[in-house]
Design a protein around this ligand. Structure first.
Ligand code: RTP
Ligand code: MG
Length: 142
């Protein structure tokens, strides 16, 4: 197993419901090292660029509107097999289907758009998404 980094986003619904701290606590308790973080109010171009792979899909406009509705907190998480480990603790994309005790079950709404958190889905996505929000000197080691 290898040490990996993955990009996490605490999405607008979780931010406005004051769940930033609770989610970060869960990440640290699950042994992820937070090696970078910031809060950003995305603009249209940033949100559409981040989700470029979904452009043209029926849910795209609703997803972008949601991501612009309030600030988000972006984080780089580091751990052994961080990408799959974080996908596991996030749970299924739709919070309705997410296993009990996962972040999406606990901090998502009962609708797939408002699912509370994002996580990179592959090493290639993680590299792209981390670089999308952070320069190399903003990602720490400790
Ligand atoms: P994410 O990228 O946010 O970690 O979520 P994911 O990989 O589990 O899901 P993905 O297929 O990449 O979709 C990105 C986000 O779009 C919204 N979505 N809505 N209405 C729909 O059918 C639908 N499908 C996806 C969700 O907010 C999802 O996280
Ligand atoms: Mg995805």
């Amino acid at each position: 197993m290898a040490i990996e980094r993955t990009l996490s986003i605490i999405k607008p619904n979780a931010v406005v419901k004051h769940n930033i701290g609770a989610i970060i606590q869960r990440l640290e308790a699950a042994n992820f090292k937070i090696v970078a973080t910031k809060m950003i109010k995305l603009n249209q171009e940033q949100a559409e660029g981040f989700y470029a792979e979904h452009k043209g899909k029926p849910f795209f406009d609703a997803l972008i509107d949601f991501m612009l509705s309030a600030p988000v907190v972006v984080l780089v998480l580091e751990s052994e097999s961080a990408i799959t480990a974080y996908r596991e603790i996030m749970g299924a994309t739709n919070p309705v289907d997410a296993a009990r005790g996962t972040l999406r079950a606990d901090y998502g709404e009962a609708h797939v758009t408002f699912n509370g958190v994002h996580g990179s889905d592959s090493p290639e996505s993680a590299a792209r998404e981390i670089a999308y929000f952070f320069s190399d000197n903003e990602v720490n080691s400790y």
